[in-house]
Design a binder for this molecule. Structure first.
Ligand code: AGP
Length: 628
């Protein structure tokens, strides 16, 4: 969703803003804009363009045509008002007394708009953001009579605005009469501040780390309801009472190259290939060598004692989209391995269904970005009720990571493509560790089985490599099927969980209608949709369910479907039924999802390429869904 960048320093701001916005393109957007203060002419120049960032770059000659060393920029993902130049950010009040960029939603914007209209304010756009800009202007004018210093006056106005608005926001703010200063604040939308390296001396704000990485590795995560004030040389952060507070800098360990394509045509295919490394990085630090050649799982980072794990009455996994699909796998793992009841919920449903929650339960929130609005709200709901929470998160320092009682980071590295691949795989790996540890501690598996499971986990990265080495076959098949209109993914048990992910991957980047069904459910309605030309992807990695799944395949084949079978080496009987088969290496069946997901990711990727679509930035989608 929307991306924010700001820079104040010694360099020309506009090229830095454009560069930073380029690094946030993955978040999804439909228009972009910048506001830069031209010190020489004491004027704030605002330039906006609908569509891709390159339009804005062309209009500004890559930023070179916009003088000034202090500015803010924005990529907009429309919520209120159509995607258009006028609705693009920055938004500003009369004479550009206040200029802002905004990520989030001002929920009570109608009511504020009415109030401001009564006060004589005139609105130019349909956005909720303009409301925030004019409200800030209103309070800034009001504070004029309070005999405050410029900074106190700005803080006073920002604070009044924050108290008045409901919703979520990260804001970058320029005041027309305060040259060389950027203010920024947030509530429930991400915001970081970076202190630039010597060459670029100054400070930056951004929605995410990749936007600042070329200029700094030292960032501060701004917390909810904090206000940052930045100049070239100084950074101050204040709480809602306008008292200055200390903030710690975090050093970003990964480099800018991890957020580049590295010779691959798209981020998605690069990230698919990074999965062996990402899964290894997630598993290895948590698997320790013991005496006698044994290994053990070390989850001390979670601050859960063995007694805590034994005392867990129920596991509840909460997430959205692919993270929810990981939860579907987790349910099988926790129930079959650790024998602990487990339920999985969509965060958007969980938060409103008034669930009955077990106080001895463990609540696991899964999120790549750590900023998904519904997942964050679900986490907060659990915390308000005093429940034990843990987060499985990829983005270090994100809101969910910071607010959960414990966090287990997935070391996937920056994931740029909207369609998640490596983050999904590392989330699976994280749950393998937690479920196996819980099973061992609760005495549900013996030492030999524990060692076997650990060995199987450690073998997953190499096996993913083997699946990837066969990618050309999937590419060939994808090219052949690129024009199909309807695809059904079917499976049972874990294969149903993976079908959900395969189907989502396909629909989000290829725009082909697809659905995932528990194979046993077909006869209860959906099979009526099967006819000549429909593609059915049948996943059959679970030995115990294999024959039943083959029966379902026969049923759809005999009704005209074209069948893609996905199973493990050795299950060659499948070839009697299907038109095309992909085999993945044998593994512990409970971990088969990690291998079988790869051909499904490749299928979606190659179909999207064959259709000439924007693989990494599919229409209407955002990488991080920071609004409800
Ligand atoms: C997956 O390909 C999607 N882009 C999407 O479903 C995603 O998994 C979902 O929005 C959750 O995001 P999160 O992991 O950042 O919370």
């Amino acid at each position: 969703m929307c991306g924010i960048v700001g820079y104040v320093g010694v360099r020309r701001a506009a090229p830095i803003l454009l560069d930073g916005l380029g690094k946030l393109e993955y978040r999804g957007y439909d228009s972009a804009g910048i506001a830069v203060r031209d010190e020489a002419n004491d004027h704030i120049e605002v330039v906006k363009a609908k569509g891709r960032l390159k339009n804005l770059a062309e209009m500004t000659d890559g930023g070179r045509a916009v003088p000034g060393s202090c500015g803010i920029g924005h990529t907009r993902w429309a919520t209120h008002g159509e995607p258009s130049t006028v609705n693009a950010h920055p938004h500003y009040s009369k004479e550009k007394r206040v200029v802002i960029v905004h990520n989030g939603i001002i929920e009570n914007y109608q009511e504020i708009r009415e109030k401001l209209t009564r006060k004589g304010y005139v609105f130019e756009t349909q956005t909720d953001t303009e409301t925030a800009a004019l409200l800030l202007d209103y309070y800034y004018q009001k504070a004029e009579g309070k005999h405050l210093s410029p900074r106190e006056r700005a803080l006073d106005a920002i604070r009044s605005m924050m108290i008045r608005v409901r919703g979520s926001y990260a804001l970058g703010i320029l005041f027309g009469d305060q040259p060389g200063v950027i203010y920024a604040t947030r509530k429930d939308s991400p915001l970081i501040v970076g202190r630039c390296n010597e060459e670029n001396a100054g400070h930056m704000i951004a929605s995410d780390v990749p936007a600042v990485l070329s200029y700094t590795r030292n960032v501060v995560y701004i917390d909810n309801l904090e206000i940052a004030c930045l100049t070239r040389d100084e950074m101050h952060v204040y709480n809602l009472d306008c008292e200055e507070i200390d903030k710690e800098f975090t050093e970003i360990k990964w480099d800018a190259a991890s957020a580049e394509k590295d010779g691959y045509e798209h981020f998605m295919i690069k990230e698919i290939h990074e999965q062996p490394r990402a899964v290894r990085d997630t598993l290895s630090p948590r698997i320790k060598d013991e005496d006698g050649g044994k290994k053990s799982i070390d989850l001390s980072e979670l601050n859960l004692t063995d007694d805590d794990l034994r005392g867990v009455s129920r596991v509840t996994i909460i997430g959205c989209g692919s993270a929810y699909h990981v939860g579907m796998v987790g349910r099988v793992l926790f129930e079959q391995l650790a024998k602990v009841p487990c339920e999985v919920d969509l965060a958007s449903e969980f938060r409103y269904r008034q669930p009955i929650l077990d106080e001895r339960g463990l609540f696991i929130i899964i999120s790549q970005s750590g900023e998904t609005a519904d997942s964050l709200a679900a986490l907060r709901m659990c915390k308000e009720r005093g429940l034990r929470t843990m987060a499985v998160v990829n983005v270090v320092g994100s809101s969910i990571a910071r607010e959960a009682d414990a966090v287990m980071y997935t070391w996937a590295g920056p994931e740029i493509s909207v369609a998640t691949t490596k983050a999904y795989s590392t989330q699976l790996a994280a749950l393998y560790l937690v479920a196996t540890k819980m099973a061992a501690v609760r005495g549900q598996i013996d030492a030999a089985r524990e060692q076997q499971l650990i060995a199987e986990m450690l073998a997953i990265p190499d096996k993913i490599e083997r699946v990837l080495s066969d990618k050309e076959r999937v590419q060939w098949y994808a090219n052949k099927m690129a024009s199909c209109k309807d695809v059904f993914f079917i499976g049972r048990g874990l294969d149903y969980a993976i079908s959900l992910e395969g189907s989502l991957k396909l629909k989000e980047i290829s725009y082909i209608h697809s659905e995932a069904y528990a194979a046993g459910e077909l006869k209860h309605g959906t099979i009526s949709l099967i006819e000549d030309g429909v593609l059915v992807v049948a996943v059959a990695t679970q030995p115990e369910l294999f024959e039943k799944e083959v029966s379902n395949m026969v049923e759809v084949r005999s009704r005209g479907a074209s069948l893609f079978g996905l199973t493990t080496y050795g299950q060659y009987a499948i070839e009697d039924t299907v038109n095309f088969t992909v085999y993945v290496p044998r593994t512990e069946p409970l971990f088969a999802t990690s291998l079988a997901v790869v051909p499904l990711q490749l299928l979606a990727y190659y179909i999207s390429c064959a259709k000439g679509l924007d693989v990494d930035k599919p229409r209407n989608l955002a990488k991080s869904v920071t609004v409800e």
